[in-house]
Write a protein that binds this ligand. Structure first.
Ligand code: E4P
Length: 217
């Protein structure tokens, strides 16, 4: 499973990249606002920092303007994936951008039928939002399971990019289901490494090793 970082903060991206486990980055208008930096400046910097796909989200609602925005974003770097919303206009744009060979991430997906439409429009990635789904009393992971089944039934190559991830259990369940990618904030990445038995085990080994007086180096 690929790991993307869900942020427009360059320091967080550098921290994640240093682990050697980072496969890409996703951004959205809210994350750009939080980063407090000019859109093209920050997306260009991120695209240089990571080798994998960097999602840059369009903001227009009509196909014509969205297409112009998408083409402009795609010119930033070869690893840009243009993000479009799961609307009729968004899927028209998805199809047209894919015909130009541009990666497209279809965002704001909340149903398996929407994911089916995105795959038919040739999306590179579909972003179902599990956390926001959970927030309104649905089970976000059931959505991922449904999409996995549907995509496998028809051998669609659209990658399932689990978004709106809130905690490590979302990652674990995504991996069990066979999602292709999960995008998550830096605090979730940090939590993935932690286990109290790893910490206590390490402390015990340190103590015993110190008592031997040996040195490896
Ligand atoms: C990423 O592509 C999505 O925009 C993001 O994961 C949404 O996360 P949120 O629901 O925490 O805002």
């Amino acid at each position: 499973m690929k790991f993307f970082l869900d942020t427009a903060n360059i320091d967080e991206i550098r921290e994640a990249n240093a682990t050697g486990l980072l496969d890409g980055v996703t951004t959205n208008p809210s994350l750009i606002k939080k980063a407090g930096r000019e859109f093209f400046e920050v997306i260009s910097e991120i695209a240089k920092e990571v080798d994998g796909p960097v999602s840059a989200e369009t903001v227009a609602h009509d196909h014509e303007t969205m297409m112009k925005e998408g083409l402009k974003c795609a010119k930033i770097a070869d690893n840009i994936a243009v993000k479009v919303p799961l609307t009729i206009e968004g899927l028209k744009t998805c199809k047209a951008l894919r015909a130009e060979g541009i990666m497209v991430n279809v965002t704001l997906c909340f149903s398996a039928n929407q994911a089916l439409l995105a795959a038919k429009a040739g999306a590179t990635f579909i972003s179902p939002f599990v956390g926001r789904h959970d927030d309104v009393g649905f089970n976000g992971m059931e959505l991922i399971e449904d999409i996995r089944n549907i995509y496998d039934n028809y051998a669609f190559d659209t990658q399932i990019l689990v978004a709106s991830v809130r905690h490590p259990t979302h990652i674990l369940e995504s991996a069990r289901i066979g999602a292709d990618v999960a995008t998550f904030p830096i605090d979730v990445l940090r939590k993935l490494f932690n286990h109290p038995l790893t910490s206590s085990g390490l402390a015990a080994f340190d103590k015993d090793w110190a008592a031997t007086g040996f040195s490896i180096l």
